[in-house]
Design a protein around this ligand. Structure first.
Ligand SMILES: Nc1ncnc2c1ncn2[C@@H]1O[C@H](COP(=O)(O)OP(=O)(O)OP(=O)(O)O)[C@@H](O)[C@H]1O
Length: 255
C-alpha cells in the first residue's frame, strides 16, 4: 500500500522560518486527504517542501513509492505555450522520457484523463484560449496522466464553478480509490473537505496542529483556531455533515 509520512519538516525563505516540525502519522493511499489552514499558514510551502522544491530540515517517508512517483500541481499554472490541450497532455506524459512516439497504452492514458476530468471537448483548443476553470481542469489532467502514486494539489478547485467542483473532486476521489495513490489537496471549502476527504491535516502558523479523520479534526474549536470563525457542524436532511458559519469569532469582534 502506498503511504506517506512527514517527519519534522522545516522550511524557511531566507531567514524567515515558515514551516516548523511538520509531522504526520502514515497517510494511506486510496482516499483523499485535505490540507487546510488560513491564508499564509504555509500550505504551499509544505507542498513545495514535500515535492523537494524547497530544502529544509526533516524528511518525507514513502512506502511503496519513490520520489519519482510524486507529482505536485502548484496553485497557479501559466498556460501560454502555443499547444493544444491534447498536445500539452502528451507533453506532460512524455516529460523526461524522451521521444514522441506514443504506445497504445500511452494513447489510452491521454484519452482516459481527457474523459475522466471532463475536458475531451477541449482537446483541439489552444491553451492560451482557455478560461480559468478550463485551465485548472487541464492542469489536473496533465498532473495525473502518468498515474502518479503520490499527488499534491494546491487548491485544485479554486477556479471551478459549483458543478465542476463536485465533478472534479469526485473524479479525484475515484482516481485515488482505483490507483491506491496518496492524494493530498489543499482546499479552502470545508464543506467540500467534509464531503470528499477521509483525512484532514490542519496547518496553523507553519505548524501541523492536527491530523486525523476529517470529522474528528474539523471541530468548531479547531475551525475557530484556524480561521477565527464561529461555526457549527450539523447534519443536513440527507445525513451529510455540513459546516454552518456563524461569523467571525465573538471574542475577536469584542477584542
Ligand atoms: N517565495 C517566497 N519568498 C518569501 N516568502 C514567501 C515565499 N512564498 C511564500 N512566502 C511566505 O510564506 C508564508 C506561507 O505562504 P504559503 O504560500 O505557503 O501559504 P498558504 O497557506 O499556501 O496560503 P494561501 O492559502 O494564501 O495560498 C507567507 O507568509 C508568505 O508570505
Amino acid at each position: 500500500m502506498v503511504r506517506l509520512a512527514l517527519e519534522q519538516l522545516g522550511a524557511r525563505y531566507g531567514r524567515r522560518e515558515i514551516l516548523t516540525n511538520a509531522s504526520t502519522p502514515w497517510l494511506e493511499g486510496g482516499a483523499l486527504t485535505a490540507l487546510v489552514g488560513a491564508n499564509a499558514a504555509g500550505k504551499s510551502t509544505l507542498f513545495r517542501r514535500i515535492a523537494g522544491q524547497l530544502r529544509g530540515t526533516g524528511s518525507v517517508r514513502l512506502s511503496d513509492a519513490t520520489d519519482s512517483d510524486l507529482r505536485y500541481m502548484p496553485q497557479d499554472t501559466a498556460m501560454t505555450a502555443a499547444l493544444t490541450v491534447y498536445e500539452s497532455i502528451i507533453l506532460a506524459l512524455k516529460q523526461g522520457s524522451g521521444g514522441w512516439r506514443l504506445s497504445a497504452k500511452e494513447l489510452a492514458a491521454v484519452d482516459d484523463v481527457l474523459h475522466r476530468f471532463g475536458i475531451a471537448h477541449l482537446a483541439e483548443q489552444q491553451l492560451p484560449e482557455l478560461s480559468g476553470g478550463q485551465r485548472q481542469s487541464v492542469s489536473i489532467a496533465q498532473t495525473l496522466v502518468t498515474r502518479p502514486k503520490v499527488v499534491l494539489m494546491d487548491e485544485p478547485t479554486s477556479a471551478l464553478d459549483l458543478y465542476r467542483q463536485f465533478e472534479i473532486l469526485d473524479a479525484l476521489r475515484r482516481y485515488a480509490a482505483e490507483t491506491g495513490a496518496v492524494v493530498i489537496l489543499a482546499l479552502h471549502d470545508l464543506n467540500q473537505v467534509m464531503r470528499t476527504c477521509t483525512t484532514t491535516i490542519a496547518l496553523a502558523g507553519g505548524r501541523i496542529v492536527e491530523t486525523g479523520p476529517t470529522l474528528e479534526v474539523l471541530t468548531p474549536d479547531l475551525i475557530r483556531q484556524l480561521y477565527g470563525i464561529d461555526s457549527r457542524v450539523e447534519r443536513c436532511s440527507q445525513g451529510c455533515p455540513m459546516m454552518i458559519v456563524d461569523g467571525p469569532a465573538a471574542q475577536l469582534l469584542t477584542a
